[in-house]
Design a protein around this ligand. Sequence first.
Ligand code: COA
Length: 316
Amino acid sequence: MIRTRIIGTGSYVPPDILTNDNLSEMVDTSDEWIRTRTGICNRHIAKDMDNADMAYNAARNAVEDARIEASKIGLIIVATSTPDYAFPNQASLVQAKLKAVNAMCFDVSAACSGFITALDIAASMLKAGSYKYALVIGSEKMSEIVNWKDRSVCVLFGDGAGAGALVGHERGIIDSNIYNDGTGASVLTGGRRFSDSCSTDIFIHMDGQEVFKFAVKSVPTAIETLLHNNNMDINEVDKFILHQANVRIIESVAKRLKADKDKFPVNLNEYGNTSSASIPILLDELNRNGSLKQGEKLVLAGFGAGLSWGSILLVW
Ligand code: COA
C-alpha cells in the first residue's frame, strides 16, 4: 500500500528572543507566573522578516535533509493563520524562493491544527498518486496579531516555521482523524474582520480556560480513537508529538491517556506557542538530534481555533 513518509524535516526560528523578564517590563506579569502557568520561558520574534522568509528557510532545510531536487516537488502546502498577504498564498511565495517550478501551491487555514491538517491533505494526494514529492510547511508570524498590551495573550505566542518533505512510500502515515466544531469559533479568534473596514482590532482574543478545557478533553479522545481504530495499545506508541501550547495541557493529556510523560517531548519553553509551526519545529529538532529511530511509532496531535483538533499515526 502507498503511504506517505516524511523523508526530510526543517525548521527556522528568528534570532531575536523575548524573555519572560522582557515581557514583565511591558505588561503586569512575571517570569514566575508565566513559567508556572504555561512552562514558557522565551519566545522568538521575527523583527525584520516576513512569514514567507521563515517558511522558505524551514522548507529549504527540509528539502536539503530529504536530498531531493526542488523541481521534483509536485505540491507545496503552507499551513498558516498569519500570511503576508490575503493573496497570493504563502505557498506561492515559498515556491518562487525555492524554485520549485513544478509544484501546485495552496495554503491551509486551520490555526494550531494547521500542520496536521495540511499533512493529512498532502498524504491523501500522494496516496492518490497525483504527485511523488510534496512539501508541507507550518509557518507563523504570531507577533503581528498579538496585542502586546494584553497580558493574558501576549505571553503565550512566538514566531517560527517548520516543514516536512514527503514521498509516497510503503512505510509512513498509517491513519489520521481530524475534527472540527465551528460552534466553538468565538472561543479563540485572531485577525481583522474584513467586512468591518473601520476596525483596527487585528488581535487574538481567547477564553484561555475554555481552550484549556477543550484541549485536555478532545486530544486524548482523538488519540484513543485513532489507536483503537488501528488495534493499537497506548504503550505501543514511542512518542507523542503534541502541539506546543502549554506544558500543563501536555501533562494533562499524558495523564488522561495513562501514558509515560517522558514520551511527550516539549520545546515550548524556548519558543512559546508557534501555532501551526510548533509540531514541525519539534519534529525537526527530534529528527536532527537523533531521537527518532526508524520504525518508531509516532502520534502527532494538534488543537486550536475552529475549534479544531486531531491526530495522525505514523511509522518513522
Ligand atoms: N501574568 C500575570 N497574571 C495574569 C496573566 C499574566 N500574563 N494573565 C492572566 N493573569 C491573571 C488573570 O487576570 C487572573 O487574575 P484574577 O484572578 O485577579 O482575575 C489570574 O491571572 C488567573 O487567570 P486565569 O485565566 O484563570 O489563569 P489560568 O490558570 O487559566 O491560565 C492561561 C491562563 C491562558 C495560561 C491558560 O488558561 C491556558 O493556557 N489556556 C490555554 C490557552 C492556549 O493554549 N491557547 C492556544 C491554544 S492553540
